[in-house]
Design a protein around this ligand. Structure first.
Ligand SMILES: *Cc1c(COP(=O)(O)O)cnc(C)c1O
Length: 359
């Protein structure tokens, strides 16, 4: 029996996709070769890659004028590449510190140039977000940076600031393809695929082409977005397996109502868990209700002993990955696109039953 996988990442994949990989891994579409044995300079890979990128753009509604491709190095490499490319010596970069991931991005940027932190919710434990309407870039801002969904804190921007001529850059590792996004408002969107899109390995990059005119000079090859844009991510060997699996996940998303379908699923699933949390003081969400994440539902029980017992009993029911990140403790249910509704219904029922027995 497959587990009910509430892990924050790497995370659940659609069963259909795993089965397709199983069926094709030895002999891809009767070509006598596996996709993961094929050259990334050959037709078999390139045809798959073209389809993957065009489906990615179509499903997300990416307008003309954007370069879209995959890199390696995880989302974490982008914490360095972004300031290396765009934080020029005459400018500063505006960062919102809203949790673990934006803090990591800001601290890497600080090593490379001048950073202005326009929001830092450290005192309150990263449980709030600023009102996007109040955000104004610094006069000499190179870009405004935010993390759309803080995977560890369970906090998600519901709307984004209008930064005018200053490019807005967002880490969407953990909520990409869970809701429609107006890409035209961003200079760059990026993320690791291992939360909502596929197995670990690839990092998606969506970048307005004119961003390249703003970059620093003398970048080393891999660090230079212009080089990757020119080769659509194929400057060096791409993470082939991960990209192939992403293509299969995109086809699954397409069969299941596209981004709008995923948006409805995310609402339905997160409503189920939050309604249990809100129904009783036994459960507590630390996050400002207006900005609670639909992807990562963070919650607490009355004490840590009960939390440990909850994890143990959930595990006996086949539910895994519910432990909060070690930096914050508590519990966390990640409800990514591929997680079946039935698993969330099972979790909600288990939570109510656990409360009945222990409250
Ligand atoms: C997981 C995660 C990262 C880090 O991704 P890696 O691929 O491990 O580098 C960065 N940002 C967010 C929002 C994440 O969820």
């Amino acid at each position: 029996m497959r587990k009910m996988n509430f892990s924050a990442g790497p995370s659940v994949l659609p069963l259909e996709v795993l089965e397709e990989i199983r069926d094709q891994i030895v002999d891809y579409k009767g070509k006598g070769l596996s996709m993961i044995e094929a050259s990334h300079r050959g037709g078999m890979f390139e045809e798959m890659y073209d389809e993957c990128l065009s489906l990615f753009c179509k499903l997300l509604g990416i307008p003309d004028g954007y370069d879209v491709y995959f890199l390696g190095g995880g989302a974490t490499l982008q914490f360095t590449m972004i300031p290396m490319n765009f934080l020029t010596p005459d400018k500063c970069a505006d960062y919102a510190k809203t949790g673990t991931w934006s803090n990591k991005a800001a601290s890497d940027a600080m090593k490379l140039g001048r950073v202005n932190v326009f929001f830092d919710d450290k005192e309150a434990g990263y449980t709030h977000l600023p009102d996007p309407k109040t955000i104004k870039p610094s006069p000499d801002s190179a870009y405004v940076y935010l993390c759309a969904n803080e995977t560890i804190g369970g906090i998600e921007w519901k709307d984004f600031p209008d930064t005018g001529d200053v490019p807005l850059i967002a880490d969407m590792s953990s909520d990409i393809f869970s809701r429609p996004v107006d890409v035209s408002r961003f200079g760059m969107i990026y993320g690791g695929v291992q939360k909502n899109l596929g197995p670990a390995g690839a990092t998606f990059i969506i970048m307005r082409h004119d961003m390249l005119d703003r970059r620093n000079a003398n970048l080393t090859a891999y660090m230079d977005y212009a080089l990757h844009a020119k080769d659509r991510g194929l400057y060096n060997t791409p993470p082939v397996f991960s990209i192939w699996a992403v293509k299969l996940v995109l086809e699954w998303i397409s069969r299941n109502g596209g981004v709008e379908g995923m948006d409805r699923r995310a609402q339905e699933k997160s409503d189920l868990v939050y309604s249990v949390i809100d129904s009783s003081p036994f459960f507590r969400s630390p996050v400002d209700k207006a900005v609670r994440s639909r992807m990562n539902v963070v919650f607490r029980l009355p004490n840590e002993e009960l939390e440990a017992q909850f994890l143990k009993e959930a595990s006996a029911e086949g539910m895994m990955g519910l432990k909060g990140h070690r930096s914050v403790g508590g519990l966390r249910a990640s409800l990514y696109n591929a997680l079946p509704l039935e698993d969330v219904q099972a979790l909600a029922a288990f939570m109510k039953e656990f409360e009945r027995k222990n409250a």
